[in-house]
Ligand binder design. Structure first.
Ligand code: CTP
Length: 403
C-alpha cells in the first residue's frame, strides 16, 4: 500500500470542511498510514472527537494543558513522532497563527515545534482567502516551506457564494501526501551538508572585535531549505541574532579559525555551502587584557594577519564535497569577480550578489543573485532570502542528481 507504515499527524481546525476530514482519515488509513488526530476547540464545534477517534482508532488530542495528554506523549513528541503533519481544514485563523509563530493551543504549539514537513489544506470563505492579511500569511507560510494543497474554486458549503476557498477533496489531499512522502519531495534524503553563515568576530582584546554587517539570514535559510529537502545539515554559524533553524544541527563559533576547524572536522560531506561573511583579516596578536587609553600617546596600531579562506580550503581539500558552493559579496564587476572566485576557490557554483549599501542586501531580508557556474550565468529576480534559499536547495538537488 502506498502509505504503509507512514505516521501522519492530522490537525483539524475549525470550519465546515472538517466533515471531509473524517473521510480523509479513512482514505489515509486504507492506504496503510496511521493517523493521530489533533482537534482545535473550533473544530469540535463541527465534528466530534468521538467520530474522529473512532475513525482514526487513536486517542484524539485536544488540549495543550491536559495532564493526561501531556503524560501520554506530550506536545513535543506529538510534533516529532510522525512523517508528515497535515492541517485539514486549515482555517484563516490557524494560518495566521502559523505565520506569526503563535502557540497558545495544542495545534499551534505542535505546528511551531515540528521539524517534519507540513501540508495544509486551507478552507475558508473566498473573501477571507482573498483578504490582504491571508495573502500575506500564505506567502509567509510558503516561504517557510509549508506545502499547500488548494484551496479550490467552487461552491461554498455554507453559502451560495462561489470563488476560491473550498478545501481540496480527501483524495486530492491523499495524492499530495503521496507526492510528498514518496521521496521526490525529499531528494536530498541520505545526503549530508555543511553550511556556514553569519559574520565572524575577530577579537582585538577581550572586549573589542572586528565584525561586519552579515545577519546570517541567507545562510540560515539555506540550511533550513536543505534540511527540508531531506539533507542531514550542520550549520556552522558566526555570532548572529537570528534563531537556530529547525531540523538542523547548529554549531556556534566566533572567529574564522574556529569556523574553519568546525567545518574541516565535519568532512566528508556531500554538499558544502559557504555563505558566511568570513572576516578576511584578524588582529595579528589580540591582547589578553583590555587595551587602555594612554593619555598623550598615539592610539595603538592594529596589525592584521590574513585569515584562512574556508571556501578555498574546502574547494581544494582531498575530502572535497561533491558540490562546493560559495557566495561572492561584491560592490562592483559582479560577474567578473564572481567568475574569478569560482576558479580561485575551486567552487562548482558561486552565488554572486551586489552588496553595495543602496541595495540593502547585507543585513536585509531580500536578495538579488546571479548563479555563476561552468554552465554559465543565471540571473534570478529580486526575491526574499527564504525564496533564494528554496530555489538554491532545489538547484543543489538537481545538480547532485545530474552529477
Ligand atoms: N570565504 C571563506 N573564508 C574566507 C573568506 C571568504 O570561506 N576567509 C567564502 C565566503 O563564505 C564566500 C566566498 O568565500 O562563500 C566569497 O567571499 P567574499 O568575501 O566575497 O570573497 P573574498 O574571498 O573575501 O574576496 P574579496 O575580498 O576579494 O572580495
Amino acid at each position: 500500500m502506498a502509505l504503509t507504515g507512514k505516521r501522519i499527524l492530522l490537525i483539524i481546525s475549525g470550519g465546515i470542511a472538517a466533515y471531509k476530514s473524517l473521510d480523509l482519515i479513512r482514505r489515509l488509513r486504507e492506504r496503510g498510514a496511521s493517523v493521530r488526530p489533533i482537534m482545535t476547540r473550533a473544530a469540535q464545534e463541527f465534528v466530534t472527537p468521538l467520530a474522529v477517534g473512532a475513525l482514526s482508532a487513536s486517542h484524539v488530542y485536544v488540549d495543550l494543558f491536559s495532564r493526561e495528554d501531556e503524560q501520554d506523549v506530550g506536545h513535543i513528541r506529538l510534533a516529532r513522532e510522525n512523517d508528515l503533519v497535515i492541517v485539514a481544514p486549515a482555517s484563516a485563523d490557524l494560518m495566521a497563527k502559523m505565520a506569526h509563530g503563535l502557540a497558545d493551543d495544542l495545534a499551534s504549539a505542535v505546528l511551531l515545534a515540528t521539524d517534519r514537513p507540513v501540508l495544509i489544506a486551507p478552507a475558508m470563505n473566498p473573501k477571507m482567502w482573498a483578504a490582504a492579511a491571508t495573502r500575506r500569511n500564505a506567502e509567509t507560510l510558503k516561504a517557510d516551506g509549508i506545502h499547500f494543497i488548494g484551496p479550490m474554486a467552487g461552491e461554498m458549503a455554507e453559502s451560495n457564494e462561489a470563488g476560491i476557498g473550498r478545501m481540496a477533496e480527501p483524495l486530492e489531499i491523499v495524492a499530495a501526501v503521496e507526492r510528498l512522502l514518496d521521496g521526490t519531495a525529499r531528494p536530498l534524503a541520505g545526503k549530508t551538508a555543511i553550511v556556514t553563515s553569519g559574520p565572524t568576530h575577530e577579537p582585538i582584546d577581550p572586549v573589542r572585535y572586528i565584525a561586519n554587517r552579515s545577519s546570517g539570514r541567507q545562510g540560515h535559510a539555506i540550511a533550513a531549505a536543505l534540511a527540508r529537502l531531506g539533507a542531514d545539515v550542520t550549520l556552522v554559524s558566526g555570532p548572529v541574532t537570528v534563531p537556530d533553524p529547525a531540523g538542523v544541527k547548529t554549531v556556534h563559533v566566533e572567529r574564522a579559525e574556529e569556523m574553519l576547524d568546525a567545518v574541516l572536522s565535519r568532512l566528508p560531506v556531500d554538499i558544502a555551502v559557504m555563505v558566511a561573511a568570513v572576516a578576511d583579516w584578524r588582529v595579528a596578536s589580540s591582547a589578553d587584557q583590555k587595551i587602555k587609553k594612554r593619555p598623550g600617546e598615539a592610539p595603538p596600531p592594529l596589525q592584521l594577519a590574513e585569515n584562512p579562506d574556508i571556501l578555498k580550503t574546502v574547494g581544494h581539500h582531498d575530502k572535497r564535497p561533491k558540490l562546493v558552493i560559495g557566495f561572492a559579496a561584491e560592490t562592483q564587476d559582479i560577474e567578473k569577480n564572481g567568475r574569478a572566485k569560482l576558479e580561485r576557490k575551486g567552487a562548482d557554483m558561486i552565488v554572486a550578489n551586489d552588496v553595495s549599501p543602496e541595495t540593502g542586501i547585507m543585513g536585509g531580508s531580500r536578495n538579488r543573485v546571479k548563479i555563476i557556474s561552468a554552465q554559465g550565468i543565471d540571473e534570478w529576480p529580486d526575491l526574499g532570502k527564504d525564496e533564494v534559499a528554496e530555489r538554491l536547495a532545489q538547484l543543489i538537488a538537481e545538480r547532485l542528481a545530474g552529477a
